[in-house]
Design a protein around this ligand. Structure first.
Ligand SMILES: Cc1cc2nc3c(=O)[nH]c(=O)nc-3n(C[C@H](O)[C@H](O)[C@H](O)COP(=O)(O)O)c2cc1C
Length: 337
């Protein structure tokens, strides 16, 4: 029997609510963070952006970012190992896609939204949107290279003079792309101003394949506003879930019932922080893990009494064992917020 199509399951009309996705965020959405988001109800998480050139050179870092372990411990029917790749050369991107699929990726996402200068200079990320012919060739090459679904993540365009998100989305549809995520800003906006959900609605109305709306969803209420305005097929959340991975559960509950859930009990939050820390160390190893854990611990302890002093100590902590001791002592003594 043929495997069920994972994207068809994600967007199935039988679902009770619109699917919620964790946005790819370089340096943040590693496997431990993605697992946390999944635990709290994210229906799909996407790897950090992986440079296609680095991937085909097999750099250790890019292979780690695409680590298939992301689904190993928590699989369900709609579980996907979505890997996002970035680049501007259709052949290199096709090869990087093939390599990721050989390593277990079940969905390939093409980055067409990264605003960073270094990426744009090589025509990758959001810069691809400026060259519609190249974007079309690149999408077709990746779609042809792999048997798994291919999606793209775009912005509204390069700047206000070139808001060609709908054109790119139509080219995507014609190229066999299966879904389009739209971050409701132009490249020129970087992360400033507010996301334009109306513009997302226009792209949604203009194509038949699923559209996932993204930008400035920070609460159940904002999720519902964007959803009602745009009728998108999925909602992607990035910064709102940092230090608050239970946001997915809150949004799903609110969309289903109209009720606002309280945040998880303090005891559960403490367990989350400790578990997240141990997963970071297990996944990245004690050396790199100790460094990478700092920012996550900072987010987790934001606003807690004594948090500033704890963060100072953690930033100076020389190894994972000392950080773990600091964390255990801090959590044992900290007041419930
Ligand atoms: C630190 C950081 C890293 C990001 N890295 C990526 C990335 O690797 N690939 C990508 O497509 N978007 C990336 N983004 C953009 C997010 O996926 C998302 O589109 C953007 O943050 C808007 O959504 P939000 O308001 O929910 O955060 C990144 C954003 C941030 C803040």
């Amino acid at each position: 029997m043929a495997e069920p199509d994972p994207l068809a399951l994600l967007f199935s009309p039988q679902r009770r609510t619109v699917p919620l996705l964790l946005a790819p965020m370089a340096g943040i959405t590693d496997w431990p963070f993605r697992a946390l988001a999944r635990h709290y109800g994210a229906d799909l998480t996407v790897s950090e952006m992986i440079a296609s050139q680095a991937m085909i050179r097999h750099t250790a870092r890019s292979l780690k970012m695409a680590a298939p372990s992301v689904v190993a411990s928590d699989s369900s029917e709609t579980d996907l190992l979505a890997v996002q790749i970035a680049g501007a050369d259709p052949e290199v991107m096709a090869e990087a896609a093939r390599m990721n699929v050989a390593r277990g990726a079940t969905l390939i996402d093409i980055n067409m939204g990264c605003p960073v200068k270094k990426i744009a200079k090589s025509n990758a990320g959001a810069a691809l949107m400026r060259d519609e012919r190249l974007a079309g060739r690149l999408m077709a090459a990746v779609v042809q290279a792999v048997a798994v679904p291919v999606t793209i993540k775009i912005r509204l365009g390069w700047d206000d003079r070139q808001r060609n998100g709908l054109t790119i989305a139509r080219i995507a549809e014609d190229s066999g792309i299966r879904a389009v995520t739209v971050h409701g800003r132009t490249r020129a906006q970087m992360y400033h101003g507010s996301a334009d959900w109306q513009a997302i609605a226009e792209i949604k109305a203009g194509i038949a394949i699923p559209v996932i709306g993204n930008g400035d969803i920070t609460s159940p209420q904002t999720a519902r506003q964007m959803w009602q305005l745009s009728a998108v097929d999925g909602i992607m959340i990035g910064r709102g879930a940092i230090g608050r991975p239970w946001l997915f559960r809150e949004i799903a509950h609110y969309l289903q019932t109209g009720e606002t859930l309280p945040p998880p009990p303090w005891q559960e939050r403490k367990q989350i922080i400790q578990h997240h820390f141990s997963q970071i160390i297990a996944h990245h190893g004690p050396l790199l893990g100790n460094r990478l854990a700092r920012k996550h611990l900072a987010w987790h302890t934001h606003g807690l009494v004594g948090g500033a002093r704890f963060r100072e100590q953690v930033n100076r902590s020389p190894d994972a064992a000392s950080t773990e001791q600091l964390l255990t002592a801090f959590l044992a003594g900290v007041q419930e917020p």
